[in-house]
Structure formats: structure tokens, C-alpha cells
Write a protein that binds this ligand. Structure first.
Ligand code: C5P
Length: 322
């Protein structure tokens, strides 16, 4: 094992970051944009560190993967509510035997993982991550694409017209108030998710397209905070962790690629862009550092799998005995 390089340490904390990034993270930790109403950790000693299996069961028990349906207020009284899927995502998608979650990390570049990724029954990708031109490293199958409201709204990503978004089912989310009150959120979204949703549905009426209930993002956030010894950023979890939990609810086994960096670890932010920033891997706005600590603790695969393939193995909730 001494020959293996170091893989992610599950006790990472903001104090271990470089100067610049530590300040950025501390800045976000001081903000509370979404009105989070719980206090931070009650003290390290009062909180036993849960084992991986205990963490998995907590996630399964305390997080509901729900999506918006036309019967929910305030949508039920709006004319466009009929554009929302009538049944929740969990009823229409899966169950799948094996699933791959493809982080968009720069360390996927030159990984040669494409074939392995495509061999799964379902593949989840994020935001504007392309497959065309990168098949060797990331594969070409897309079963679900998780997109944030910022990508939906920015001109740069041409969300309404680009063919990048046309394969598989789409699942969108937007950072909502901590209360998860749908009316409060509807009147104050971070980006115009509902306007863009309606436009996309009119152009592509046959493609399955869900919107995550904001309760989901904050329940996941609560699991992270409750299992960390320090206060985490009071912002929603990253797409990467939301997508991982989403797939755990639909699959028997989930392989997550390059969320915990392999030996290819790089400051290259995305495999598809020439942009370098360590914050992409370590987090700034999102509590990404702490998400990675949890994933490391829940991993049922080997450190070698992380080191060589950037691969983590998580059991789906379907087959988990709690
Ligand atoms: O940047 P974007 O959110 O589209 O990337 C998808 C997810 O992949 C992130 O939310 C994050 O969880 C993960 N990621 C990472 N390291 C990177 C880039 C992305 O862990 N360098």
C-alpha cells in the first residue's frame, strides 16, 4: 500500500486548504444566503463519528428524492403546471442494476474510462458536460443529465437549442430557500428555472424532464452538516453529490468517477474546458470538501480503485439492509 499515492483523506477540513481558497471558503461559511436555520455541529465529542454503513442508512432514511408534480401548490393553480411530469421521477426511472455517475472533473481527461462507464445500465452526467469528442475518456451513453438553473439560463450554454441536452432524461434544480417552501422559492429563484423549463418543454415536449423538490437538496445538506465536526458552507450541495444520492435511490450499485480524485488529479476544472481552478475539486460556494469526506467514508471499493480509476463504489438504497 505504501506504493499507492495518497487518496482522499476523509478528515479534510478548510484549514488544510491553501491560503487563497481557505479565505474564499471562510467567506462562504460566514454567509447565509438561503436562510439556513440550524446551528452547526454541537461539538465534536457529542457527535459520534458514524461508520460507512451507518451513514448509508442515514442517507436512505432521511433523504427523500422527490420531484415537482402538477398537484403541488403553487403550481397546481398555474396554467403551465400540466407541463410537469404527472408522476414523480422515482416512479418513471429505474430501477437499474448498475449505474455510473460521471463527475466533470479535469482528471477524467486521458483516463480511458469510456468503455467502463458505458458498460453500466444507466449513466448520469452533469450540466454542459459533452460526450462528443471525449468518448474514450467519458463514454457516450447518457441516461440522465442533472442540470442547474444557471446552465439553463446562461446564453453561453445554449440550453434551448444545443443537442447536448437532448439524450436521456433531464433533471433540473435551483438553490432554494432553506424553508423549501415552494411559493417562497417560486417568487425568488436563484436563476429563472421555471421560465426556461416552460420554454424547453414547448420545444422538446417528448423528452422526460423533471425538477427536483428543494426539500431534497436541503435534506442532503443536513446529512453533510450533521456528520461534520465544523460548520459547512450554508449553500446547497454540489450537483455531483446531489446526482450521486439521486442515483443511489434508483440503482443497486453506483460507481462514481473522479469525484474523489485519482492519480490524475489536476487543477484543470472540467475535462472539456481549458480552465484551471482548484476550487472546482475542493469547493468554494458548495460544501464539496465535506461531501467528499462523506463519500470516502461510504465507499465500499478499494483505495486502489480510487487511485487508478478515480472510482468509488456505493450501494444503492434498493439493496441496502438497514
Ligand atoms: O462543474 P459542475 O457542477 O458541472 O460539475 C459536476 C460535478 O462534478 C460538481 O458539482 C462536482 O461535484 C464534481 N466535480 C469535481 N471536481 C471537479 C469538477 C467537478 O468533483 N474538478
Amino acid at each position: 500500500n505504501g506504493l499507492l499515492g495518497k487518496v482522499w483523506d476523509d478528515e479534510m477540513s478548510s484549514s488544510m486548504l491553501g491560503n487563497r481558497l481557505r479565505k474564499v471558503v471562510q467567506n462562504y461559511q460566514a454567509m447565509n444566503k438561503y436562510g439556513v436555520e440550524v446551528s452547526g455541529p454541537g461539538g465534536v465529542s457529542s457527535r459520534p463519528k458514524l461508520s460507512g454503513p451507518e451513514l448509508l442508512c442515514q442517507l436512505k432514511d432521511k433523504v427523500e428524492v422527490t420531484t415537482l408534480t402538477p398537484d403541488l401548490q403553487p403550481f397546481s393553480s398555474l396554467p403551465w403546471a400540466t407541463q410537469l411530469p404527472s408522476k414523480p421521477l422515482s416512479v418513471e426511472l429505474g430501477p437499474y442494476k448498475s449505474c455510473a455517475v460521471v463527475s466533470s472533473a479535469g482528471s477524467l481527461r486521458y483516463s480511458g474510462l469510456g468503455k467502463e462507464i458505458d458498460s453500466h445500465d444507466a449513466v448520469l452526467r452533469f450540466n454542459a458536460a459533452p460526450t462528443a469528442g471525449y468518448e474514450k475518456d467519458v463514454g457516450s451513453k447518457t441516461t440522465i443529465r442533472l442540470i442547474n438553473s444557471q446552465v439553463m439560463a446562461s446564453d453561453e450554454h445554449r440550453f434551448l437549442s444545443s443537442s447536448l441536452y437532448s439524450s436521456g432524461a433531464l433533471v433540473a434544480w435551483d438553490p432554494a430557500p432553506f424553508s423549501s417552501d415552494l411559493t417562497q422559492w417560486y417568487n425568488r429563484t436563484d436563476y429563472p428555472i421555471f421560465v426556461q423549463y416552460q420554454r424547453y418543454r414547448r420545444l422538446h415536449p417528448l423528452q422526460p424532464f423533471y425538477i427536483l423538490h428543494p426539500r431534497f437538496e436541503w435534506q442532503v445538506w443536513q446529512r453533510i452538516q450533521d456528520n461534520m465536526a465544523e460548520p459547512i458552507q450554508r449553500n446547497p450541495p454540489s450537483s455531483g453529490f446531489l446526482g450521486t444520492v439521486l442515483m443511489m435511490s434508483l440503482c443497486e450499485v453506483v460507481h462514481v468517477y473522479e469525484f474523489l480524485p485519482s492519480r490524475r488529479k489536476t487543477e484543470l476544472c472540467h475535462y472539456y474546458q481549458r480552465f484551471y481552478d482548484a476550487a472546482c475539486t475542493l469547493g468554494a460556494y458548495h460544501p464539496l470538501l465535506y461531501e467528499k469526506n462523506l463519500v470516502k467514508r461510504m465507499n465500499q471499493g478499494s483505495d486502489r480503485d480510487i487511485f487508478t480509476r478515480g472510482r468509488v463504489t456505493l450501494p444503492g438504497f434498493l439493496k441496502l439492509n438497514c
